[in-house]
Write a protein that binds this ligand. Structure first.
Ligand code: TTP
Ligand code: MG
Length: 406
């Protein structure tokens, strides 16, 4: 067997930690995020609250309308991050490589350490047992031959789930007649696009491969492979605590001159960095701009800032750095958030969830995104999750490059 991979994901993570630490909350619908009278969204909801239709990213007013008897609570990020470290410490012991996807989620490559499928099964059970016994929290675990299948498996029996997908054939059999949305990277927009073309299920993708590729390009190629269970991606060791920076860069198909366009690209890159930093719960105290010119000479320019991960701050600082460089044709541009630290984390504002403090910045960001979209004839609204996936972001930026005016 080529790879044996475990995907583990905590159940209703923030909510479960709060319930563990305050048993009076057990059995009640618990909503972590803004409070109903504030502006903001739901970070997560306990499974009891989900029965009312409450879910992550839902506007808090909407949640309150659906579930007025729920318990509403602000998040305690420091606590979740501490728990996250304990979780990853348990899980990492079973893997030769582990890739942290979020505070509560990881891929573990157990191929070598387990050595056989049977022993990997033991590892998976152990991970569930130790997570429960040592941290008093439940998780869902998927054991599979690939990353995609492992992720699907961990979702299959949530909460407190365990599911196995030993081979590509098993994976295909499981998802064949499910909606295309079951495939990794198919979000709302791509799903709609496929549906409009009469491609509703994984089976349809297999039967209409050429059309899928024509509709979706590179992503289509990936999806047709996935529809046959093919996914050779490796678990890439990544631990955000070790990371010294979180950055994003793009190499243009053709060299680019012109500040306004470069600034637009910087803005998108900054937004992407913000999202990535938010996912792993980190802030930084430095901003670095990276440029490679047409003649392959590269420069970096850095600046220290007050602890942040706000896209708007990142963008403004990077823009300032760009303004002080020579105006030459550019081949690559990148921005990163540096000096990530626990210190920085402790100063974290609840900016993603509680928009009160960061409301102005958030408004600036949204307005800027709207203007950006209008300039290039792109509709970013409601489409952002997809836009910030690596391959889509590159394609979006390339599209912008070709369609820019001036
Ligand atoms: P998830 O693993 O997506 O959700 P969950 O653990 O709450 O629930 P599930 O049982 O379905 O896995 O995210 C982990 C945590 O990340 C979640 O507890 C809160 C936070 N989060 C947000 O703050 N905003 C979001 O939009 C999402 C999806 C999660
Ligand atoms: Mg989870």
């Amino acid at each position: 067997m080529d790879q044996i991979i475990i995907h583990v994901d905590m159940d209703a993570f923030y909510a479960s930690v709060e319930i563990r630490d305050n048993p009076e909350l057990r059995g009640r619908p618990l909503i972590i995020g803004s409070l109903p009278h504030e502006r903001g969204v739901v970070a997560t909801a306990s499974y009891e609250a989900r029965k009312y239709g409450v879910h992550s990213a839902m506007n808090i007013k909407e949640a309150y309308r659906l579930c007025p008897n729920g318990v509403y609570m602000h998040p305690h990020f420091e606590k979740y991050r501490a728990v996250s470290q304990q979780l990853h410490a348990i899980w990492d012991a079973y893997a030769s490589a582990s890739e942290t996807i979020a505070l509560d989620e990881a891929y573990l490559d157990v191929t070598q350490m387990a050595g056989s499928w049977e022993r990997a099964q033991v590892f998976a059970r152990e991970i569930k047992r130790r997570t429960l016994e040592e941290l008093h929290l439940t998780c869902s675990v998927g054991l599979a031959y690939s990353k995609s299948a492992a992720k699907t498996a961990s979702e299959e029996k949530k909460p407190d789930g365990y599911f196995e997908i030993p081979t590509a054939e098993d994976f295909v059999r499981l998802i064949l007649d499910r909606d295309v949305r079951v495939l990794l990277t198919v979000g709302e927009k791509t799903g709609e696009k496929l549906h409009r073309a009469g491609i509703r299920t994984v089976r349809d993708i297999r039967e209409k491969q050429q059309e899928v590729v024509r509709l979706l390009g590179k992503q289509g190629v990936w999806l047709t492979r996935l529809a046959f269970g093919e996914d050779h991606r490796r678990v890439t060791p990544y631990n955000p605590q070790d990371a010294k920076s979180i950055g994003r860069e793009v190499t243009f198909q053709e060299d680019v001159s012109g500040r306004p366009f470069l600034k637009d690209v910087l803005f998108l890159l900054a937004l992407s960095v913000e999202r990535r930093a938010a996912r792993v719960g980190l802030c930084g105290e430095g901003v670095t701009l990276k440029l490679t010119y047409a003649d392959m000479k590269g420069i970096t320019r850095s600046k220290r800032v007050a602890s942040t991960r706000s896209a708007w701050t990142l963008y403004r600082e990077a823009e300032g750095l760009l303004d002080r460089t020579a105006d030459r044709p550019v081949r690559l541009i990148g921005v990163s958030l540096t000096h990530l630290s626990d210190q920085a984390y402790r100063q974290l504002r609840f900016e993603d969830i509680l928009h009160d403090g960061a409301a102005e910045e958030e408004k600036e960001t949204q307005a800027a995104l709207l203007r950006l979209g209008e300039r290039y004839g792109l509709d970013f609204a409601g489409n952002l999750d997809k836009v910030f996936r690596s391959d889509t972001l590159y394609r979006t930026i390339e599209y912008m490059r070709r369609h820019r005016k001036g």
